[in-house]
Structure formats: C-alpha cells, structure tokens
Ligand binder design. Structure first.
Ligand code: EPU
Length: 421
C-alpha cells in the first residue's frame, strides 16, 4: 500500500493535460458487450477502476488490449454471464454489466454491491426498471440473478435522477423489443457520452442530453470507435489544487462547459478564470479565498464528487461557508481527517459548516474513499510542513497518477511504497 508524502506550501504553476473521464469509461466499456466484435475506446484513463472493469470483462470472455489510453475490447466470444463478488466488491460500477448482459444475452448474475465506504448506495431503481422491461429477477446467495427472453420496451419513471440507473436501463433498452421511455433520466455528461456511443453502434435514441430518453429497440448493434470525454472531476480537483496553493495553472484537453458550476463557484471564491475551446486557466496568485457556500446537486449543479475537495478549499477561506451534499447525505469521511490538519469543520446532518482557518499544519491522515483522499491531498498541498496521506490506493482507483500531474505543476509530493501504509 502506497502513501503520499507532501511538503506543502508550493504555489502550483504550469500546464497539465486532463485524462479521460473515469465515470464515462466505466459506462462505455461494458456497453461494448452489446456489439460483438472489436470496439475501440480512445482517451481511456489508466486507473485502477478501469483495470477492474478490464478484469471483469475478461472474466466474461472479452479479449482486451490497453495501450497508450486506447482500449480495444473484443466481445466476439462472451461465454460467461456472472460478475463475481471479487470484482463487484472492489468497484460498485461493476453493476453496469447487468443491463448489457441482460439486453444482449438474456441473462446476468451480478453480485449485490452492498454498502459503500460512506453509506448506503442502493440499486433498487436499476432492478425496478429491468423488471418493468420484463426481466425476472431473483436474489440468490448475495447475487442478483436476472433472466429475460428478450426485454420489452416500457415507460419508466425514475423517482431519483440516477447516473447508474440511467446507464444500465439505456444499455438494456437499446436491444429491447419496442420503445422504452426513460423519464427523469440523468443528464450527466458521462451518460450523454454513453448515449452517443450507443447511437454510433446503431442504437436509436432520442432526447440525448435531456431528462427524457426515448429508445427504439433494434435487433443488433455493431462495434465502433469512440472518444471518452475528459474527466471533469479530475479537472475540478486540479483547479482547486491551484486555488488552495494560490497558484496559476492551465488545464488542457478539457471542455470548460463540463465544469460550469465548479468554475462559477471558483470565481465566487475569488479566482480568475479564462476558458478556451479546450482549456481552462486559473489564476489565484493574489486572491484571498472567499467563503463560498455550495450545495451539491445533479448535473449541471455542483457535483457531489467535488464536495470533499471544496470543503478542503473552504477550510482556508477568509470566513465561514457551508458545504451541503444533497446527493449522498453521509459523504463526510474526509472531515475528521481535515480536522487533524487543523481545519475547523462541523457536520450538521448533510452540511459541513467550515470556518476558515489561517493555516493548516501537516500530519498523517488516512484516505477512506476516492474523493475524500483527493481532499486530503489538496489540504496537504497547502498545509505547513509535511503531510502523509496513507492508503492512496483509494486515489489510484479514480485518478491517473495524480502525483505526477501535481509534480509537473511544481508540487512537492512523493509516492512512497510500503506494505504498512
Ligand atoms: N439511488 C437510489 N437508488 C438507486 C440508485 C441510486 O436511491 O437504484 C440514489 C443514490 O443513493 C444517490 C442518488 O440516487 O442518492 C444518485 O446516485 P447515482 O445512481 O446517480 O450514483 P451512481 O450511478 O452509483 C455515479 C458515479 C459516482 C457519483 C454519482 C453521483 C459512476 C461509476 N459513479 O454513481 O461517482 O458520485 O454518480 O454523481 O459513474 C466517484 O467518481 O467518486 C463516484 C462515487
């Protein structure tokens, strides 16, 4: 298990390229199951969740090559329909194979994901939608056992707009018999990336990018090549790295539109931003960090996946701010660790009340989940002295070698390997 050792206080400067979006790749990869043959996904990030999905798809019979961010997935010989506990326990997004396996092969057995580090994350809506499309679903020995001759189009209303449900239902519906309407669909860019990919394969989907998706089932899909969109959460994390260190950086390979709410909050917090067609520059070199409230919400609102990082930034603001998570009520595992670095934060229900302090001080802190770990790295970049972030395997799940990107920008951060971390 590796740790990061960070000597804080360096202003970040320079340019860095944003990787492909983890949460887009994790949807695009299983979608390749729908079109037997060789699919090619470009701009795939090299991170552990992608490697977990590769292992899972190989377990199902896919042949995969991954080089230089290009992923070739050959699904000509899918011969296994079970996503075993070993994979699903590592990554909840493994449940994304349910929709395509059921839609294409009429059967899927997927381990129930269970809870997650910060609380419950149900998949009831995924299952309700599939049942509405005619799937027979049983729970056997901790597994979801789903079967269907051919799924049938249905009208589905999601009570909650959910990324995973929309993705899974979309992948199930493209080969169903008849028309499926998904009401209150997620409009996160990663879902749009998936829908565009499916259309390229031959799917008939209307309303892409809106809350109502209408899918006319087709008989078969063909494998195609597809670009993965840039990672808006990695980009947002790097922008906060610049603002928390009073730095001045440019991100390349990013569509600024993906970052709307985050850019607007960074401006409110006193940062200067310049956006280009494929770039964002941030200058926080002579800015005080102004207290700025956020409440997370579904896209295009402020992403829950940026909540922990924002809390780290606000811990050094000139005043008090509130950071509310309306998507995941319990996603505050980073708070006690930020407090160990000197932050003054109290969590009341689903809101962190963050009183800005003059400085943070280095200490050993523990990663608990992906975005919590990112917030600790950010705090460590700004803290006086040395911060050790233990258990960075959480970060490696979702960021492609973040320490190298931060080093490029002038941060003093080292990865140290050793089994006790
Ligand atoms: N929900 C239900 N029932 C369901 C599904 C979801 O009640 O069947 C609720 C959840 O409890 C939550 C809300 O709906 O309150 C939204 O959850 P959603 O289904 O949208 O989340 P997800 O698909 O499991 C994806 C991302 C997460 C990100 C969320 C929210 C992937 C692989 N994961 O998860 O990413 O936080 O959307 O935007 O796309 C991360 O990258 O760190 C991460 C956790």
């Amino acid at each position: 298990m590796d740790k990061f050792v960070i000597n804080g206080g360096k202003q970040l400067k320079g340019k860095v390229t944003v990787s492909g979006a983890k949460n887009a790749s994790l949807a695009l990869m299983p979608a390749a199951l729908l079109a037997p043959g060789k699919s090619v996904l470009y701009n795939t990030p090299e991170l552990n969740d992608v490697y977990t999905m590769i292992k899972l798809l190989r377990h199902l019979g896919a042949e995969i090559e991954f080089e230089n961010h290009t992923l070739e997935i050959d699904t000509s010989n899918i011969n296994e329909f079970t996503a075993p506990y070993e994979h699903v326990k590592k990554m909840r997004a493994s449940v994304y194979v349910l929709g395509p396996l059921l839609g294409k092969y009429g059967r899927a057995k997927v381990s129930l994901p269970g809870g997650c580090a910060w609380g419950p994350r149900p998949i009831n809506l995924h299952l309700q939608a599939l049942e509405k499309m005619g799937a027979e679903i049983n729970f056997v020995d901790g597994y979801i056992d789903a079967k269907a001759d051919r799924l049938k189009g249905a009208e589905i209303y999601f009570d909650i707009s959910s990324v995973g449900d929309t993705g899974n239902t979309l992948m199930a519906a493209v080969l169903a018999d008849g028309t499926t309407i998904i009401n209150n669909a997620a409009i996160e860019p990663e879902i749009t990336n998936l829908a565009v990919y499916l259309v390229k394969m031959g799917a008939r989907i209307e309303g892409i990018g809106t809350k109502t998706l209408t899918i006319e089932g087709v008989d078969e899909l063909t494998p195609v090549e597809m670009d993965t969109i840039p990672d808006r959460i990695e980009a947002g994390t790097l922008l906060i790295a610049a603002s928390i260190t009073h730095g001045n950086i440019t991100l390349e390979n990013i569509e600024p539109d993906l970052l709307g709410a985050v850019l607007s909050k960074l401006e409110s917090a006193g940062c200067k931003l310049i956006t280009g067609a494929q770039s964002v520059s941030i200058d926080a070199s002579d800015a005080e960090i102004l207290p700025t409230d956020v409440a997370t919400s579904i896209y295009p609102g402020f992403p829950t996946d940026m909540q922990a990082q924002w809390t780290a930034l606000m811990s050094l603001a000139d005043g008090t701010s509130s950071v509310k998570d309306t998507i995941y009520y319990d996603r505050f595992k980073h708070v006690p660790e930020l407090v160990r670095l000197g932050a003054d934060i109290n969590v009341v229900e689903n809101t962190a009340i963050v009183k800005g302090v003059k400085e943070l001080h280095g200490a050993k802190v523990m990663s608990t989940d992906l975005r919590a770990s990112a917030s600790l790295v950010l705090a460590g970049l700004a803290a006086k002295g040395t911060t050790e972030v233990l258990r960075v395997y959480h970060l490696d799940r979702g960021y492609q070698r973040i320490e190298e990107k931060l080093q490029t920008l002038g941060a003093d951060i080292q990865r140290v390997s050793g089994k006790e971390y």
